[in-house]
Design a protein around this ligand. Structure first.
Ligand code: PLP
Length: 390
């Protein structure tokens, strides 16, 4: 099928919910992928933070294909090996006590919201169910996670939303104190707002909110769907802020390319969701978990995480000298680039033409390269970016 035909068929048969770039990607290796015309691109997107090990990582492919050959699915009515191994590793490496597996970031956040509300219901009875999220946040596309998402633009069309959400200004502790009340059961935040523009929260603000919540038995939910599993140079981004939320949600980078979501809870919450209070058919799928185990084997150790940090520094040092760059944000291999004159969407389009995939986040260019990107691939991609920004 030639590219023009693919585009027509896509438009005809798939709901037109995505603005796609003008390329059909057919394969990849490492941090380089190839389109249907044979043109190569350096990938600074990881499929939006998903392909943490890049394309076609040998250990990941082996784990996934072997598991697919042995047992692709059986349902949560039976015990399986890969999900137990994954849950144990996640708990041991993060300090959390238990895990629930789902299939996406939104679903992980839904699970976290259910844990928070049930914890409060069990302990305080009905009515204490309010959840505070931050303005400019992004927590997913389901009706409830849209309600959690503190951006008015997402709140068209789909009313009525799940009740009980209110929004507070990020980095404004006084505003948080105004929002919080007797009926608040949880606060949910991204330590670095990804879709919102790669904006890291202030450390001091995060610490104040977390300690206030701890004092008042209000649960803290860290949405690490984008920042988790090594993206920022720590296994969890919360480490940079010196906090461990009661609940952390994971998704994108955990699976290394297959759909997964995870809700991690601390000791206090480990028994909140008992038999038949929550579930999902595909959650903990053996193939997906085998892939995630391969990801953690590579990523969840200090030397690898140090490398991520160094690669992030290399990108930042390179871009800091670029006259078009106004400022840089984010941590590790999660980079936001504020521009002086150019539009982020135009930059992304120009990069594509010259063989580089980048993301945008509002007015910023956003980079989420694979954590395993090599020095050579980084240099090749940065050269294109420099050319486009000059
Ligand atoms: C992507 C993202 C989500 C939603 O994840 P999906 O897998 O698309 O449902 C939620 N929270 C954050 C911080 C994200 O970046």
């Amino acid at each position: 099928m030639d590219f023009q035909h693919v585009k027509e068929q896509d438009k005809q048969y798939i709901m037109n919910t995505y603005g796609r770039f003008d390329a059909c990607i057919v394969k990849g290796k490492g941090a380089v992928c190839t389109d249907s015309n044979g043109k190569e691109y350096v990938d600074f997107t990881s499929g939006i933070g998903v392909n943490s090990l890049g394309f076609g990582d040998e250990s990941w492919v082996k784990a996934v294909t072997e598991q697919a050959g042995n047992l692709a699915h059986i349902s949560n009515l039976y015990y399986t090996l890969p999900d137990v191994e994954l849950a144990k590793t996640l708990c041991e490496k993060t300090g959390y006590s238990r895990v629930f597996f789902g299939n996406s970031g939104a679903e992980a956040n839904e699970g976290a919201i259910k844990v928070a509300r049930k914890y409060s219901f069990d302990k305080y009875g009905p009515g204490r169910n309010g959840i505070i999220t931050l303005l400019n946040s992004f927590h997913g596309r389901t009706v409830t996670t849209l309600a959690a998402t503190g951006q008015e633009v997402f709140h068209n069309y789909f009313y009525p939303f799940t009740e009980g959400f209110s929004y507070s200004i990020a980095n404004d502790f006084d505003d948080f104190l105004k929002a919080v009340g007797k009926t608040t059961c949880a606060v949910m935040m991204e330590f670095i707002q990804g879709e919102g523009g790669v904006n890291a929260l202030d450390k001091d603000y995060v610490k104040k909110v977390v300690s206030y919540c701890n004092e008042h038995d209000i649960l803290v939910i860290g949405d690490e769907v984008q920042t988790g599993i090594g993206r920022t140079g720590k296994l969890l981004c919360g480490e940079h802020f010196g906090v461990q939320p009661d609940i952390t949600t994971l998704a994108k980078g955990l699976g290394g390319g297959l759909p997964i979501g995870a809700v991690l809870v601390n000791d206090k919450l480990k028994d909140v969701l008992g038999a038949s209070t929550h579930g999902t058919t595909f959650g903990g799928n053996p193939v997906v978990c085998a892939g995630a185990n391969a990801v953690l084997k590579k990523v969840a150790n200090d030397p690898f995480l140090k490398e991520v940090e160094l690669k992030g520094e290399k990108i930042r040092a390179c871009l800091a000298c670029c006259p078009e760059v106004k400022s840089l944000s984010g941590l590790g291999l999660m980079v936001g680039i504020e521009l002086k004159t150019k539009k982020s969407a135009d930059v992304a389009k120009a990069c594509l033409e010259k063989g580089l995939l980048v993301l945008t986040a509002k007015t910023k260019v956003r980079l989420l390269p694979p954590l395993t990107i090599t020095d050579e691939e980084l240099t090749r991609g940065l050269n294109v970016l420099w050319e486009v920004l000059s």
